[in-house]
Design a protein around this ligand. Structure first.
Ligand SMILES: [Zn+2]
Length: 290
């Protein structure tokens, strides 16, 4: 699943390719149309394919930004602002192409679900292999309340204080630390890969109860999460599973991960262990992490 650094990689490549362009028409795949007719919500979250297309026609993309793991397309039509919120789910990817045949890799080409035909003749294409992604057209963040409860951006100066105060609340104090740091209300955009890595780098056992970790260690954990995320953004993200930026490229952070996916600890050589926390597999070193 793309985490914050991967979404940042998409936004950095998407913003210059999409900003300033006006949408002429939208084409939605038969798979989505069928799913919507069965009252399922595949990808398009709050509108029918017809409504979605009707609303977006004539809108101009004024900017593309990231908030946590969401991509925000800032749009404007007749002087009114709108917001298209895109979540990549497990395997969503955007491509800027002249025709769909140019979409990199067959696995994405076979799962094109939304095509934005632009007035300049080019296309913005959303492909999603497993269809867990989301596209939601709203006017502002307040129209979709979960967007308002997200923790501050991890590089925001309020983020550390927010994290430490959430750790003290009864709700999180009793939870394993790994589950706490992967909760988007506590820290924005830290998923399984970077949580695993930051815990290893600070020597904290992923299953340790949040409330039983000293404030000093929690602070150093937070700073390590910031460092790991910054390092991963620099590396263009990790090419794990189906992450691609709009040029079909993936990053190389996976080569720098010291614990995620490792069979042996790079510190002491011990065999790593696995445990399930909050439904996700956590890898850790039984000797170096307490
Ligand atoms: Zn070790």
């Amino acid at each position: 699943m793309p985490e914050l650094p991967e979404v940042e990689g998409v936004v950095r490549s998407l913003a210059p390719a999409a900003t300033g362009r006006t949408i002429r028409d939208i084409k939605v795949s038969d798979t989505i149309i069928r799913s919507k007719s069965e009252a399922k919500e595949a990808i398009l979250k709050n509108s029918s394919p017809e409504e979605f297309a009707g609303q977006l026609r004539g809108m101009t993309i004024t900017n593309v930004t990231r908030r946590s793991k969401y991509i925000y397309f800032h749009l404007e039509k007749d002087g009114e602002p709108h917001l298209l919120v895109s979540h990549l789910g497990m395997s969503g990817a955007w491509f800027a192409v002249r025709e769909t045949g140019e979409v990199a890799e067959d696995k994405f080409r076979r799962h094109i679900h939304v095509i934005f035909a632009m007035e300049d003749g080019g296309l913005l294409v959303y492909a999603d292999i497993r269809r867990f992604g989301e596209l939601r057209l709203i006017r502002e963040e307040a129209d979709h309340p979960p967007l308002l409860t997200m923790a501050p951006e991890p590089f925001d100066e309020t983020a550390a204080g927010h994290f430490l105060s959430m750790c003290k609340t009864p709700k999180y104090a009793g939870k394993p630390i790994k589950e706490t740091i992967m909760d988007g209300k506590v820290i924005s955009g830290c998923g399984n890969i970077y949580a695993t890595e930051a815990l290893f780098r600070t020597g904290i056992h992923p299953g340790r109860k949040t409330g039983r970790i000293s404030m000093l260690r929690l602070e150093s954990l937070f700073h390590e999460i910031q460092k790991v995320l910054a390092e991963a953004i620099e590396a263009g993200g990790s090419s794990i599973s189906d992450y691609r930026n709009i040029n079909g490229e993936a990053g190389n952070m996976q080569e720098r991960l010291r614990m995620y996916g490792r069979k042996n600890c790079p510190g002491c050589g011990a065999e790593t262990k696995r445990m399930t926390i909050g439904g996700r597999t956590s890898v850790y070193c039984p000797k170096c992490q307490h």
